[in-house]
Design a protein around this ligand. Structure first.
Ligand SMILES: [Zn+2]
Ligand SMILES: [Zn+2]
Length: 376
């Protein structure tokens, strides 16, 4: 595939975004391109998504490259000539870029398979944007990937222009958990609140008090975010409702803090509900772990990037989540930010990823995999 063809492939995926676990067209397009190049596929166990493998002629390590494939339920407002043709769906996180980038890397590696010592497995993962343990958790445990010794993934980043990569060791993305608290009271006429148990004061108190978990209960140098994002009670002005609902997200970079804040949130919900004569039902959806980059692998990636002429910047931590961390439970790896310019953040209806960054990014991941597979 020429650079122009690679860019055209990306623009085609951008026109036809598919949500998590619905990536059938994307899977078919990638499969077609891989098969045309004579690249073997391994069983993934999923209806969408693929695992490709390139085996070198000499022995070496097994390296995993991972791309995600799914889009978001966002109505695109970029005005690009290749904007989404699917109403209410958009590649607003650049997963079309990631898929094309790793396809490009696979094609380059296939061309250079005589040089390759070791094996490279390229994972095209469905369902990254889903809150409840998407494709990453499933694929990371796949027997087809059991021998992978190092994982690498890239992510579009509007903060850098094309030609810049963000590489940093340590934690880079948060563990995004979600919580739901139902506060159960007792309905009544709003003129006689003493005959019921009003869940609204309890919900209001809890919403404000939860912030003290962040400001009063942990070290100020330990990042954590708690956002109540959905607060609901009642249906009209003259009825004390039966219950109130709080939903939100709790995000941390360390497992011990994650667990402690989760326990404190639960304890606070129960005690505040009880203080108001209500009952609290608390549930959590545990998201993927935080993404923690391996220092030695980041150093290797930095070296490759500089040698290929990239500008290498550090990357800021973000409290966003990424299920690339599921793979890191099995082998060390590095999550690298790819400068794709634009100026609008990921998930924004006007998010864009500069196609000019694509050929370079594909070359970088091919080169990195080639070097790491042959490294001692
Ligand atoms: Zn995203
Ligand atoms: Zn993403």
């Amino acid at each position: 595939m020429t650079e122009q063809q690679l860019i055209a492939f990306f623009q085609d995926l951008h026109r036809h975004p598919e949500l998590g676990y619905e990536e059938t067209r994307t899977t078919q397009k990638v499969r077609q391109a891989l098969e045309q190049a004579g690249i073997d596929l391994l069983p993934s166990g999923l209806r969408t998504g693929l695992i490709a493998v390139i085996r070198g002629k000499k022995p070496g390590k097994t390296i995993g490259l991972r791309a995600d494939m799914d889009a978001l339920p966002v109505q695109e407002e970029t005005g690009l000539p290749y904007a989404s043709e699917e109403k209410g769906k958009m590649h607003a996180c650049g997963h079309d870029f990631h898929t094309t980038c790793m396809l490009g890397a696979a094609l380059l590696l296939k061309e250079r398979e005589n040089e390759l010592a070791g094996t490279v497995k390229i994972v095209f993962q469905p369902g990254e944007e889903l809150s409840d343990g998407g494709g990453g958790k499933f694929l990371a445990a796949s027997p087809a990937l059991a021998d992978v010794q190092e994982y690498y993934a890239g992510h579009t980043y509007p903060g850098f222009p094309a030609g810049t990569l963000g590489i940093k060791e340590g934690p880079v993305m948060a563990a995004p958990d979600t919580f739901t608290v139902r506060i159960l009271g007792k309905g009544a006429h709003a003129g006689n609140p003493h005959l019921g148990i009003d869940p609204i004061p309890a919900a209001a108190t809890l919403t404000l008090s939860l912030q003290t978990l962040i400001t009063r209960n942990k070290d100020a140098f330990e990042p954590a975010v708690l956002s109540v994002t959905h607060l609901q009670a009642g249906t009209t002005w003259n009825v004390v409702p039966e219950e109130a609902l709080l939903e939100g997200t709790l995000r941390t970079l360390r497992e011990d803090l994650r667990l402690r804040l989760r326990q404190q949130l639960e304890a606070m919900a129960h005690s505040i509900a009880q203080a108001h004569g209500c009952q609290a039902l608390v549930s959590f959806t545990v998201g993927p772990p935080p993404v923690i980059n391996d220092a030695a692998l980041c150093a290797a990636a930095r070296e490759t990037a500089l040698r290929l002429g990239f500008r290498v910047d550090r990357q800021d931590n973000t409290m966003g989540g990424e299920d690339f961390s599921e793979y890191l439970a099995y082998a060390p790896g590095a999550f690298i930010r790819i400068g794709t310019g634009g100026g609008f953040p990921n998930h924004h209806p006007r998010f864009t990823a500069d196609p000019a960054a694509l050929p370079g990014a594909a070359r970088f991941f091919a080169e990195l995999a080639l070097e790491r597979a042959g490294s001692k």
